[in-house]
Design a protein around this ligand. Structure first.
Ligand SMILES: [Mn+2]
Length: 237
């Protein structure tokens, strides 16, 4: 089976619960739509686990970009203001520690992250961390070819310019980055951390359940469209 989840933000134990709940095996594939780090308690454990499992495929999120920039500056970037504003300190301290204690593993994890894509097309699904910038394509429908006009930054940072408008024709785009509770706020919909389906265009699925803000992890089985939820607030999760 193929599964998809997003924005785990260092919630490694909850991710382990998810894998257990779906009976994840080496025959399955998990796609993570980026933002594995920052905010939550175990960012490096999660990166290491992804690195060790070929059938867990992550895309790049904006948080991974902060980390890769920091590593590129030899773990000595004095200007961490933007990253800190995005709760990066926990990751920075942890990667500094790994760099000191196991530089080879640290380098391997970083080199592996550099190979992650910012957009992936899987049959009739488009996967990306934040969607893309639909406003860039003027006076014509978005097609799969339009994606080549998007920048890496647009795949990892887009917000309303993606989810408020029509996406690529004949594909369903699955994205994270903006918690579904925030998307619902934009549309004045009833508050929930559950998966958000774009009812207007029926072409997008938002899955960031805001685990880092007291929410939940949402996961979709891409073969059956079954939805699996890990909610730490429910003791039986
Ligand atoms: Mn993000």
């Amino acid at each position: 089976m193929k599964y998809c989840c997003s924005d785990l933000h260092g919630y490694f134990d909850e991710f382990m619960k998810l894998l257990k709940k779906i009976n994840f095996t080496s025959n399955d594939t998990m796609y993570i739509l980026g933002d594995n780090i920052d905010r939550g308690p175990k960012p490096i454990e999660l990166l290491k686990y992804i690195y060790e499992h070929d059938n867990i495929i992550s895309l790049l999120g904006n948080h991974e970009e902060f980390l890769l920039d920091y590593i590129d500056k030899d773990f000595d970037d004095k200007d961490t203001y933007s990253w800190d504003k995005n709760n990066g300190k926990i990751t920075r301290l942890a990667i500094n520690k790994l760099h000191k204690n196991d530089p080879v593993l640290c380098r391997s994890i970083a080199d592996n992250m550099k190979t992650w894509d910012s957009c992936l097309i899987l049959e009739t699904y488009i996967l990306s961390h934040a969607g893309y910038n639909t406003r860039k394509i003027k006076n014509k429908p978005m097609t799969i070819e339009s994606l080549s006009e998007m920048t890496h930054q647009e795949f990892i940072w887009s917000r309303e310019e993606f989810f408020k408008y029509k996406g690529v024709d004949d594909y369903i785009t699955i994205f994270g980055h903006t918690p579904t509770r925030s998307i619902r706020r934009v549309f004045n919909q009833k508050q929930s951390d559950n998966i958000w389906f774009c009812e207007k265009y029926e072409d997008k699925i938002g899955i960031d359940g805001a685990i880092a803000y007291g929410g939940q992890i949402n996961c979709i089985n891409l073969d059956t469209m079954e939805i699996i939820i890990i909610d730490p607030k429910l003791s039986c999760a």
